[in-house]
Ligand binder design. Structure first.
Ligand code: MN
Ligand code: MN
Length: 477
């Protein structure tokens, strides 16, 4: 800093206003490389894990590499200081922890994100034929603008389960040379009536059917019906050993087939399917493994929860409302029930979930004073909810102040994260399910453009800032 600049008197507004800078400004070469490296490993993670099941596989692989041990292999061994463990919940969610030195009664530091994303799920009896086209009937999962899911390449992911319990994984449309799938849309020439419709019904849920094939079974004796459908079942039977009945139990999900890419001439952003909420799940996981690599065992036990089913209300026995979360914390705590209650009341959690980024094309729905912006860091949402904060956990002022001071101390820029103007809409996270256990919890994560669309966009610098914020939280909360 030049001498005359240093001597320049600080303006009153410099001292009193909370000024947000663009996090790229003044970045040094070393940090720039860290941002880029982190973005690269995140993009690889996204391409590997396009469904909750694939994410769990990718997560467990990373945890194994870092010396975490699956609790199943521990048998009767109790958690002990310095241990690094994880639990795989039905292949759809993961709980991981580094056991700290201090008594569990003092509480844990917890990061919780979700790894399910909006998509098209197959119905139980999905395959049908209409005029020599075979289609898959779907039921969408999570909140989507249905029209966004037509005319894009889709890939097929999931699992068939045979009567003997054998799981048969499916992944078609991701490897070079693989075929892809698509939902068709009406040509503009015939869309006069369609274009008059409201956006919520311009493409209806029941019409999100996936084009699956068009070539009939080679039936020389001409004794079969529905030959295109038959040919597809024949292919599936030869490859996976399944029949039509096996769809009834299967979990088959169609997601965008494209890979994560840099966005913009300056490559400052990442476009991909599933930033909600993998852009918070990945930094959460990496924050935990970073802490696990440190020479000293942390004081407090550190936990990372990567849950399923958030997009449909966190229900189900792999979602955040299930008993799994509490049970894992109780296991880490050991001791009496009274000790465990104390542990919960003394625990701190960041509900690591994405926030809506300000979009200049839709400026009208955002409150610029309270919203979050691409490139301006980690977004903190004291509350979420809909219409009068309904359904929000509304974090306590004391806890918010504590988190803000940790971030400030560590030079992690944070911004305000109210989801749009009052009464323009709303949303929820897993925060309230942790709050009801007594845990102090605050929502915070990466701002996203085009959230819940097939191609969401985030900033690389926000992703990295979020990771740094999560590390600071684990270390100092
Ligand atoms: Mn989310
Ligand atoms: Mn969401």
């Amino acid at each position: 800093m030049a001498k005359n600049e240093k001597n320049k008197k600080e303006k009153l507004s410099d001292r009193l206003f909370y000024k947000l800078k663009n996090c790229w400004e003044g970045i040094d070469k070393k940090t720039e490389k860290e941002v880029e490296d982190f973005a690269l490993s995140y993009k690889q993670f996204l391409d590997k894990g396009k469904t909750e099941r694939e994410c769990v596989d990718a997560i467990c692989e990373l945890l194994d590499k870092d010396g975490f041990v699956n609790v199943e292999t521990l048998k009767d061994k109790k958690p002990d200081s310095g241990m690094k463990i994880y639990q795989n919940i039905k292949g759809k969610s993961v709980l991981a922890a580094v056991i700290g030195k201090k008594s569990a009664v003092g509480g844990f530091n917890i990061l919780g994100a979700h790894i399910d994303s909006p998509r098209l799920d197959l119905k139980q009896n999905p395959l049908y034929e209409d005029n020599d086209l075979a289609l898959f009937d779907t039921h969408y999962y999570g909140g989507i603008k249905k029209y966004q899911w037509t005319t894009i390449p889709l890939s097929m992911h999931g699992v068939f389960v045979k009567e003997d319990g054998k799981r048969i994984p499916v992944r078609i449309g991701e490897d070079p040379g693989d075929p892809v799938f698509t939902v068709t849309d009406l040509l503009i020439h015939l869309a006069k009536e369609q274009m008059e419709k409201k956006a919520s019904v311009v493409v209806e849920g029941e019409d999100l059917d996936i084009l699956a094939g068009s070539r009939p079974y080679n039936d020389t004796k001409n004794e079969e019906k529905e030959k295109v459908k038959l040919a597809l079942l024949d292919l599936l039977n030869k490859k996976y050993g399944i029949t039509e009945k096996d769809f009834a139990s299967a979990e088959i999900e169609f997601v965008p087939a494209f890979k994560a890419s840099d966005v913009g001439l300056d490559r400052s952003m990442i476009g991909a399917y599933g930033h909600d909420d993998r852009s918070c799940a990945f930094p959460s996981l990496r924050a935990l493994t970073t802490m696990a690599r440190e020479k000293n065992v942390p004081d407090k036990t550190l936990v990372c929860y990567l849950s399923d089913k958030e997009e449909i209300g966190s229900a189900g026995n792999t979602g955040a409302r299930s008993y799994n979360f509490e049970k894992f914390l109780a296991y880490l705590c050991g001791g009496s029930d009274a000790d465990f209650r104390k542990c919960l009341l003394n625990s701190a959690m960041l509900s690591a979930d994405v926030d809506a980024a300000y979009d200049p094309s839709y400026a009208g729905v955002f409150d610029k004073k309270n919203g979050s912006f691409i490139g301006k860091g980690l977004s903190l949402s004291k509350y979420t909810g809909t219409g009068g904060k309904y359904g929000a956990s509304d974090a306590n002022a004391e806890f918010c102040a504590k988190i803000q001071s940790i971030l400030d101390r560590n030079n992690v820029q944070w911004q305000f994260g109210e989801l749009g103007k009052v009464d323009k809409g709303g949303g929820g996270t897993i925060a309230l399910y942790a709050a009801q256990l007594g845990i102090e919890v605050l929502d915070c994560g990466v701002p996203v453009l085009s959230m819940h669309s097939p191609f969401e966009v985030i900033s690389k610098i926000d992703l990295y800032t979020t990771y740094r914020g999560y590390v600071a939280f684990l270390r100092e909360a």
